[in-house]
Design a binder for this molecule. Sequence first.
Ligand code: ATP
Length: 351
Amino acid sequence: MISLHGLTKVFPGGVRALDDLDLEIGDGEFFALLGPSGCGKTTLLRTIAGLETPTSGTVAIGGTDVTNAPPGRRDVAMVFQDYALFPHMDVVDNIAYPLRIKKVPRAERRAKAAETAARLSLSELLDRRPGQLSGGQQQRVALARAVACRPKVFLFDEPLSNLDARLRLEARTFLKRLQRELGVTTVFVTHDQGEALALADRIAVMSGGRLAQVGTPAEVFQRPADLFVASFIGSTPMNLLPGRVVDGGLHVAGATLPVPAGLADGDEITYGVRPEYTDLSTTPRPDAFPGHVVVLENLGTAHLVTVENGDTIVQAVVPEGSEPEPGAAVWAVPRQDRALVYRDGTLLPSD
Ligand code: ATP
């Protein structure tokens, strides 16, 4: 549905916001662009929308090259972070606005707007103005406006960022359901990895105008392709520890572990294991990282335990009721079937 080839955007002043990027997004896909501030997410979305012209490369939508087509010719609907509603128009006119631009007759566009509003539980609010709506309601109006014109593609720039934490979770479920019902190809930008993991069919993790990894939420979470993605994805950061192969054993932070295929004596690696896949033992074992409990954080149904040993810090998530005392000596045991090994910053293939 969306094909990007060799896409590069250099802004005046020399900032390379997109750097020779190739990406294919499938028909009906819910696709997230995820990455830290300044990595180029918004620029990529705006380039698909036609609000930015690439310095080089091509954009095709539905098999048609639209690299030089204006936004109005691309059959896309974009919802911005601030919703960009018209303050002087009521809800129904805001929703119907794109249909007015398309010269749909008034009665028909009001009927369509009312029907879309009903779908988004906005029927009671049709004659209010944006200033008389809550943030969540404004967001639904902005979505309704995008939905009403039945585009080929939805583009959302941080659509949930103005909502408080609770409303954001509700809106997230709602957005996913709406996208599934409508089946419209959707690209959305977020810097919130939890949101990307929860909503998207596939995620592109961006860094410095490039795609660090493109994959399903499971692939990106379970097998981050490089150390950047490994440290970026996950609600608690992955434990990333330096290791070295010595005398046929992999030595990492006081533990001796089996040597992964493809490594030999003298090789240096980074060993990655998520706190969720790290257990705690109160008795010594050779395949575990020894240390003392320095911090306990209550996560509700589990505890995040921080274990320190000199300069080494390891975190483990343990079920409620099984957390150790602060100061206790413990051994943090990595689940080896979940551990990842990075050499020169890149994930080693698993055997
Ligand atoms: P954020 O999450 O903070 O919105 P982002 O990943 O969406 O960030 P972009 O807005 O795409 O990042 O910006 C990418 C880079 O391009 C940044 O370094 C930014 O400063 C630069 N940039 C964006 N727009 C312009 C512009 N109009 N002129 C010059 N530089 C720009």
